[in-house]
Design a binder for this molecule. Structure first.
Ligand code: F6P
Length: 494
């Protein structure tokens, strides 16, 4: 955090993302401020608090434009402003084509192995290009110098790096791709693959969570572009510009906000039991996700069903609480996924539920937005946390759970298909498609001796403490700083 304060105070730092870090909404006469459910926001928000600057984002959640315009360039966080938000406003058609269409029906399933077919429409692509241009104009308007540091976030803005470079050749553009990068064969089905790659190669630095995704990206460029790929230094030269491709595993704030840890673990457990009508001694596992088909929520429910089949002693004594934040709900695939999740929860609850007795249900599904305080109470109260993503760039829920457990208790069950599994081998690592293995992991988690829980949790906490989100951003910014110094030396002949 000190590095960010020291290195960046005074620098012209601009973050650009689709998702806004705060949502301003009118409630009667009041303006209510909320934070969206987003790993990207969780990671970048503490960075922006530390280094100030401007965050440019689509005003998507802040639907009441007239009200929000007054808050268009306000300082946030509201209680103690540290940086400002500049909103980019999109029409309903632009949002449908760029965000729901090309980004989330095209690129999202293209990059995640979840066996959902990407949909590519040329009308969505036209909006995607136009909206990226709109963001580029906003970056140019916000820049205070000719060489700002611009942090471009994610797959919504793949064309932005080249557009910025065209307008501001001296800018340092650091692009971070928050989701996996597929192999060249998979990526090849995108009709605009060369445009996407050329756009991204406008970056000075291009970051992914894992080396595997860096390798996939470089292989993809090698296959489809007239570019020079240097595999020793992991750089790509294209159109007279060099891009360093690097691994920067994202993480969470450390130490976590003390307010999130203020309530003692025992109190959290008592409150969560009361809230869910669980009797004393009832055990529970927590799942926290956006209601997205990549998160493996159906697979998690099937694991609970199998646990109860194989270990009937848990019937009525164990529940999975699934917090599922509604997301991208106007897309057909998300609507049908939500329906499947609800139907499976009902079926399992009917099969293993009360049966005339007053027992807690095995699946408690909460399809609603929860704020960080509520989520941390669940993390602190739970016996275990189950992350069963079918594919995930990193997955910050895994790291948040670890950060929440200052009592060194609780077990993390973690899908092998997350970036986090590479950093947290002390979790119970599972294949979410292997229902028996996941059920066995649940049983193991619920019966794990306290000493073993502590040993595993200590190691994971050590990792998250050291490789926290400041390290993630700090490493990118230090790499950018040495790049800037080198090019200054070349320019000045020194
Ligand atoms: O981390 C991937 C990501 O798509 C982020 O870009 C995004 O903020 C988050 O998941 C939530 O998705 P959305 O912004 O579409 O609600």
């Amino acid at each position: 955090r000190a590095i960010l304060h020291g290195e960046l105070r005074g620098d012209d730092v601009i973050v650009v993302s689709n998702r806004e870090p705060y949502i301003h909404q009118r409630r009667g006469e009041r303006i209510e401020v909320q934070q969206p459910a987003s790993g990207l926001v969780t990671a970048l928000e503490p960075i922006m608090r530390a280094c100030s600057g401007t965050w440019i984002a689509h005003g998507s959640g802040s639907a009441d434009r007239e009200v929000v315009d007054r808050h268009d360039c306000v300082g946030v966080p509201p209680e103690n402003p540290a940086y400002k938000i500049r909103r980019v406003w999109l029409s309903a058609e632009e949002e449908a084509g760029y965000y729901y269409g090309f980004a989330n029906e095209g690129l999202w399933p293209l990059c995640h192995i979840a066996h959902v077919r990407p949909i590519f429409r040329s009308s969505d692509w036209a909006h995607y290009v136009a909206v990226n241009r709109k963001f580029a104009r906003s970056v140019v308007a916000e820049a205070r110098t000719k060489n700002p540091i611009v942090l471009v976030q994610d797959y919504h803005l793949a064309l932005l790096p080249r557009m910025i470079r065209k307008e501001m050749p001296e800018a340092t553009v650091i692009t971070f791709w928050h989701i996996p990068w597929p192999n060249p064969e998979s990526f090849a089905i995108c009709p605009w693959r060369q445009e996407i790659l050329a756009g991204m190669l406008g970056s000075s630095i291009l970051g992914f969570h894992t080396q595997f995704h860096c390798n996939n990206f470089v292989d993809t460029v090698d296959r489809f572009m007239e570019a020079r790929v240097d595999r020793e230094n992991f750089t790509v030269s294209f159109g007279g510009k060099s891009t360093a491709v690097r691994r920067y595993p994202i993480s969470v704030d450390w130490p976590p906000d003390p307010a999130l840890l203020a309530k003692p673990v025992e109190q959290c457990a008592a409150d969560m039991r009361a809230l869910n009508n669980f009797p004393a001694g009832h055990r529970f596992c927590i799942g926290v996700d956006r209601l997205d088909y990549t998160k493996g929520i159906l697979e998690r429910f099937r694991a609970v069903e199998r646990l109860l089949e194989l270990n009937p002693e848990w019937i009525g004594k164990f529940s999975l609480i699934q917090v599922a934040a509604p997301t991208r709900s106007s897309i057909d695939e998300y609507q049908s996924h939500e329906a499947q999740v609800r139907a499976l929860a009902i079926r399992i609850n009917e099969r293993f539920g009360r049966g005339g007795r007053d027992l807690p249900l095995p699946i408690v599904l909460k399809v609603e937005h929860h704020d960080a305080g509520q989520v941390y109470e669940y993390y602190r109260a739970a016996d275990c946390c189950f992350v069963s993503s079918l594919h995930d760039g990193m997955n910050l829920v895994a790291k948040e759970f670890v950060a929440a457990r200052d009592d060194e208790r609780g077990v993390l069950i973690l899908s092998q298909f997350t970036g986090a599994a590479r950093e947290l081998p002390e979790a119970l690592i599972v294949n979410p498609y292997d229902t028996d293995q996941c059920a066995a992991a649940l049983h193991l988690a619920l019966t794990m001796p306290v000493d073993e829980q502590r040993n595993r949790m200590r190691l994971m906490r050590g990792l998250v403490a050291e490789f926290n989100v400041y390290r993630w951003a700090g490493r990118m910014l230090l790499d950018a700083a040495s790049m800037r110094q080198r090019s200054h030396l070349v320019e000045t002949g020194g």
